[in-house]
Design a binder for this molecule. Structure first.
Ligand SMILES: Nc1nc2c(ncn2[C@@H]2O[C@H](COP(=O)(O)OP(=O)(O)OP(=O)(O)O)[C@@H](O)[C@H]2O)c(=O)[nH]1
Ligand code: SF4
Ligand code: SF4
Length: 292
């Protein structure tokens, strides 16, 4: 049975934050909208939630964080993804190289890697750590073992990396396993680095040889000179919200109907069986497009 919210949006995508911890300190981090959680869902609770989700029509599961690779039981969690469901993970990539093969073997389909710059000194300025080489090794390893397509998540930051768009396109050009995602910064805490995604879209509109509209969020995917570029522009974008099919789960066990709201969460801590199913239905019924 596939659940629909009151705005006729089906929910097929479950995004589970596995931890709020991270080994980086990005200047713009929104921590998936979580505010200092103290608890963490157990692997067993996550497995049960995924089974309930599948009962209600979930087809894709995304593991996020913080940094999901910091969870010691990550492989167990991936192994418990129900059959027939595609699982993927968004990671900062710093710890990926050594773990890519095991992730693939456990059943993970693909990864998205956060990478805002290809220049070591900028990487350190943005994330607080001088470890760009580790991330690049992680991307190579992910491609090598087939965690593909690997999407590079580049958050557009004014005055910091807007001049690197062509470098990023050159980086993904001709590599069928690599997709560039240019992401609009979401300002949770007054952040002054909001890059101009509209101009990027305009430029891509002019240069692209093919433009595809994805079902999810109606995101645009541009093909140009052998490079594939997707633009993620959520702010004040009513179409993005109208085609949102995602339900989030915070690392401490709350269903979160919208990334940008924290006032309508459904607590699932200690809930099992019928109670958990009811909570799932309740969370879907609380979903509203943020920008309407
Ligand atoms: N407002 C909003 N932003 C989102 C949503 N989903 C993803 N984003 C933004 O998109 C960025 C990239 O998301 P990822 O976790 O890498 O995954 P994705 O690109 O959305 O999903 P896939 O294409 O399935 O890999 C996130 O950091 C958010 O900034 C959403 O539902 N609402
Ligand atoms: S890698 Fe992601 S979770 Fe970690 S600090 Fe950066 S933005 Fe936040
Ligand atoms: S802002 Fe909320 S409703 Fe809009 S796309 Fe993001 S999660 Fe969905």
């Amino acid at each position: 049975m596939v659940l629909k919210d009151p705005y006729n949006r089906t929910v097929t995508n479950l995004r589970i934050s596995l931890t709020s911890r991270c080994n980086l300190r990005c200047i713009y981090c929104h921590a998936e909208g979580e505010v200092n959680p103290k608890e963490q869902m157990s692997a067993e609770d996550i497995a049960e939630l995924m089974r309930v989700g599948v009962q209600f029509g979930i087809k894709n599961i995304k593991f996020t964080g913080g940094e999901p690779l910091l969870r010691r039981d990550l492989l167990d969690i991936i192994r418990s993804v129900p059959p027939g469901v595609e699982s993927s993970m968004t990671t900062n990539g710093t710890l990926l190289a050594a773990k890519a093969a095991a992730l693939k073997e456990a059943g993970l389909a693909r990864v998205n890697v956060s990478l805002d710059t290809l220049r070591p000194e900028r990487y350190k300025a943005i994330t607080g750590k001088d470890c760009l080489a580790d991330v690049l090794a992680g991307i190579d390893a992910a491609i090598e073992v087939g965690l593909t397509p690997v999407k590079l998540n580049m958050v557009l930051l004014e005055g910091i990396n807007e001049d690197e768009l062509d470098d990023f396109m050159a980086f993904v050009r001709g590599k069928r396993d690599l997709i560039l995602q240019v992401i609009e910064l979401m300002e949770f805490n007054e952040c002054k680095f909001h890059g101009d995604v509209d101009s990027v879209e305009q430029e891509l509109d002019e240069r692209a040889t093919r433009i595809v509209t994805r079902r999810m969020h109606h995101r645009k995917k541009y093909c140009l000179d052998g490079a594939e570029v997707e633009v993620v522009r959520p702010l004040h974008n009513t179409e993005f919200c109208a085609f949102c099919n995602r339900l989030r789960v915070t690392s401490d066990g709350k269903l979160k109907p919208c990334l940008l709201r924290s006032d309508n969460l459904v607590d699932i801590r200690g809930k099992h069986g019928k109670e958990l199913e009811d909570a799932f239905r309740e969370a879907v019924s609380r979903r509203e497009p943020f920008f309407a």
